[in-house]
Ligand binder design. Structure first.
Ligand SMILES: Cc1ncc(COP(=O)(O)O)c(C=O)c1O
Length: 366
């Protein structure tokens, strides 16, 4: 079976984790965090070219902490796509605000800026663009609208570490950008997350928020939670950072090969980079008719594909009750047609050929 995603772990991660265990410094509740946390933050700062990175224990925590740091709470509305992992919306609810769902564009599955404009109200305080599948959202248009309506921009770059828009890393356009290092992501900590910002005072707040609002001992100054990343997870992620450039290159090679093999297959809509965007190829997502049947046939052929996401967040039982009248036609179409194929670094050339052939065979009868 070729899985949809697989972390690339070798002796280097094992050695680094063992060194944490041998030292016995499993975590560190100081404001700055432990040695591996600080090392990981420095590596991310350098890669992203930002002033500050604050590591936390998940992408969800990164989003939650960012909303708290931006002062978003009760009575506020936060605009975000429904076509995302539910964590984006859950973080808004956790901060006490109301999520307002915005439709996407069918060509790259990122936020539709015209629809964003339509859904802004007097209560709108923030917008969370999601760089879904590693496809950068069109940040020029988004920043323009956000600026006009004084919305804080918090990017959900949980799937897009290494993707760029106009040559700049996704997650570095807004006041804060959030990353995930969950096991399936381009690099992993097992579980983990990080926030990038160029704002000194937000960075100070984020460090407090990840540590119950404390600065020195039990002196809680603002609201926070335990969002600390364990040193073992930071040790894994630190090693993974050293592999990031190579991992991105393999994904790009695999994605290009896949596109070459599928380009003339009219029934499959393949993902394409735009003039301004460079993907990290976290997911290679096609759109097809009769998606569920194709998915089962691929599964029977030993190929693990995945649907991200059906149902979309606004149609899940919890969120449906919140705003039952929400209609997002492009999101709803995408949820029924998308299928992600494996292009991770564990798939070799023969694997890509197998995946492409299986897909071509499955769609032949459509
Ligand atoms: C778009 C998006 N947002 C948020 C998250 C939340 O990240 P985590 O699973 O690390 O909490 C994820 C990851 O799963 C994601 O894909």
């Amino acid at each position: 079976m070729i899985p949809i995603n697989k972390p690339l772990i070798d002796d280097q991660e094992v050695r680094e984790v063992l060194s944490v265990l041998e030292e016995g410094a499993l975590t560190n509740a100081s404001l700055k965090g432990g040695r591996r946390i600080q090392d990981l933050e420095a590596l991310l700062r350098d890669f992203l070219q930002v002033r500050h990175v604050v590591a936390v224990n998940s992408g969800t925590a990164a989003l939650h902490a960012s909303l708290l740091a931006a002062g978003i709470g009760e009575g506020d509305e936060v605009l975000l796509p429904s076509f995302t992992f539910v964590a984006t919306a859950n973080a808004v609810v956790a901060a006490g605000a109301r999520p307002v769902f915005v439709d996407i564009k069918r060509d790259d599955y990122t936020m539709d800026i015209a629809d964003l404009r339509r859904r802004i109200t007097a209560k709108s305080r923030a917008v969370i663009p999601v760089h879904l599948y590693g496809h950068p959202c069109g940040m020029d248009g988004l920043l323009e609208v956000a600026g006009k309506h004084s919305l804080s921009v918090i990017e959900d770059a949980c799937q897009s570490l290494g993707s760029t828009y106009k040559g700049k890393q996704t997650g570095t356009f807004g006041i804060m950008g959030c990353y995930s290092m969950y096991a399936s992501k381009v690099i992993t900590a097992g579980e983990g997350g990080a926030i990038a910002t160029n704002d000194d005072s937000l960075a100070d707040k984020l460090r407090m928020i990840r540590n119950h609002g404390m600065v020195e001992g039990y002196d809680t100054q603002i609201f926070g939670l335990n969002m600390r990343l364990p040193e073992i997870c930071a040790a894994i992620a630190k090693v993974q950072m050293g592999k990031l450039a190579g991992l991105l290159e393999v994904r790009r090679g695999n994605a290009n090969m896949m596109s070459d093999l599928l380009r003339d297959c009219g029934k499959v809509r393949i993902p394409q980079e735009g003039r301004d965007s460079r993907f990290n190829w976290y997911l290679y997502t096609v759109a097809i008719e009769d998606r569920d049947r194709v998915k089962s046939e691929m599964q029977a052929n030993g190929i693990g594909t995945a649907v991200y996401y059906d149902p979309p967040v606004h149609q899940t039982p919890y969120y449906r009750t919140m705003a039952p009248e929400t209609k997002l036609p492009e999101t709803e179409w995408s949820a029924k047609h998308v299928l992600s194929l494996p292009v991770h670094s564990g798939v070799d050339e023969e694997g890509i050929h197998r995946i492409a052939s299986a897909l071509r065979a499955a769609v032949k009868s459509l």
